[in-house]
Design a protein around this ligand. Structure first.
Ligand code: NAP
Length: 447
């Protein structure tokens, strides 16, 4: 352990941190280029992140002028780390190699290791010469929109930038490490009432759901609108539910077990569908969907809320998209950011055009959206869905849990933080938000 990292852990002041040397290497979670063929021919579900995710020391690159180095106190597991670890749909080394060809600074990313992780909370330990708004010692969270601000296409909505990337997935030196490298325009203030691990699990999923359901770039919910949310206690779903409630909408949460149904009710989501209990079979076989099953879901939604959903929050993809398009209200919107169960989706287009529905694609969030989403956390309007916390060495197991849908909400990962519960600097705000509310997911996961 380096003196600098010991000082971060001890909460040392900015001057002390500035005076200690940045180590040449960092402990990190990574996949290796040489392993990218290791699961060839295997079914997705058999590909095991515990085999491909390594924990060890990797060299740190020189810091670019617009970057900071963060002493990472905690990080989280996102589904993109699962994708990297099973080398699906593509090995991520292709992304790193492409970035490596773009510029001198980009070359640093094209390595034979890929340090993963797209969330972090921590302390700035170094700031490049062009960093203006942040300084050593600041406590931060990080959003994962990584872009080239000298590219003109990044200056309307930066998610439309031609070379927009996701940090820790399409770039190297991600958050599952003791030291992470990020651009200054990824930084956001750490919520003061949260522990390091609570603060680390929000940015990627919360910002994604915010763009999908709050921002005008997505399908913004207005008061009284009904929103069907698949995977409503999963990473993005648990934030989607909270954003719909905050907007005055009515979430209908779909989950697959009773614990998750209870979490939803405690979050304030009154209308819940347990898809396992209902036993929907949207696909008769691998090639054929069953419209009568779409209809059954539609009837169940009407029985609950008296109407069809104005918006469907889509991400399971192939398994649900046909049903999602069918049940959406005339003129309504299916907003999608993923396809976990398969991206070659199929739906009956007659239901889309005859009923004037829209399918809206969405991907992460621009800085403004991520910042606003972070504010919802900072003021306690949205709570972190942290259900469990693992040590950095256990990242493989944590990713395995997410891969197999065995977790609720989000899994946090301790990097430099020696134990859970540290980092809270505004206990009064915490008391106002309420311990009960802040621990909805962890209490149910442990019950
Ligand atoms: P997650 O924590 O695993 O949650 C996904 C939820 O979906 C699960 O809780 C599960 O809920 C439900 N689900 C899984 N398979 C399903 C199926 N076949 N049919 C219906 N429901 C199913 O994952 P996440 O973090 O929410 O991410 C979800 C997807 O979005 C991933 O593919 C991820 O890569 C993607 N994503 C994209 C972006 C972006 O910017 N484009 C950002 C974040 C995430 P139940 O079993 O309880 O129903």
């Amino acid at each position: 352990m380096s003196e600098l990292l010991d000082a971060v852990r001890a909460g040392a002041d900015a001057q002390t941190l500035a005076n200690l040397p940045l180590p040449a290497t960092t402990r990190a979670v990574f996949v290796r280029r040489e392993d990218q063929g290791m699961f060839e021919g295997m079914a997705s579900s058999d590909k095991d992140p515990r085999q491909s995710l390594k924990v060890g020391e990797v060299p740190l690159p020189e810091l670019a002028p617009d970057e900071v180095a963060i002493g990472v106190m905690a990080s989280s597991i996102n589904f993109n780390t699962v994708w990297t670890s099973i080398f699906e749909p593509l090995p991520t080394f292709g992304f790193l190699d492409r970035l490596g060809k773009e510029s001198v600074w980009g070359q640093r990313h094209a390595q034979d290791f890929h340090v993963v992780g797209s969330d972090a909370s921590g302390v700035i330990v170094r700031a490049g010469s062009a960093v203006r708004n942040w300084k050593i010692g600041d406590t931060v969270t990080v959003h994962c929109n990584y872009l080239d601000d000298q590219d003109p296409t990044s200056h309307d909505d930066s998610m439309l930038a031609s070379n927009q990337r996701i940090w820790g997935f399409e770039t190297n030196y991600g958050g599952l490490a003791d030291i992470a490298i990020v651009k200054a325009n990824q930084l956001m203030p750490k919520p003061t009432h949260l522990s390091w691990e609570e603060a680390a699990v929000n940015a990627l999923c919360n910002s994604t759901s915010y763009r999908m359901l709050v921002s005008r770039n997505g399908a913004p919910v207005t008061q009284g609108q009904k929103v069907l949310i698949w995977g409503a206690t999963g990473g993005i779903g648990s934030f989607a539910v909270q954003h719909v409630l905050n907007s005055g909408g009515i979430p209908i949460g779909v989950v697959s077990n009773a614990t998750r149904a209870n979490i939803l009710r405690e979050l304030g989501c009154e209308y819940v569908i347990d898809r396992n209990e209902k036993g929907y079979r949207f696909w008769k076989d691998e090639h054929t969907q069953d419209e009568s099953e779409w209809r059954r879901l539609g009837k169940d939604i009407r029985a609950l809320v008296g109407d069809d959903p104005d918006i469907v929050f889509e991400h399971p993809g192939r398994s649900t998209m046909g049903a999602s398009v069918f049940v959406t209200k005339r003129g309504g919107t299916i907003v999608t950011c993923a396809a976990t169960s398969g991206y070659m989706i199929e739906y009956d287009n007659r239901h889309l055009w005859m009923k004037l529905k829209t399918i809206k694609g969405s991907h992460f969030a621009n800085y403004r959206e991520a910042w606003d989403a972070n504010q919802t956390i900072c003021v306690g309007k949205v709570v972190p869905p942290l259900s469990a916390t693992y040590a950095l060495e256990e990242t493989g197991q944590a990713a395995y849990e997410v891969h197999h849908n065995r977790h609720d909400g989000k899994i946090g990962v301790l990097c430099l933080a020696p134990e859970t519960g540290l980092g809270i600097t505004d206990p009064a705000l915490r008391a106002t938000v309420g311990e009960e509310r802040l621990t909805v997911f962890s209490r149910h996961a442990n019950s």
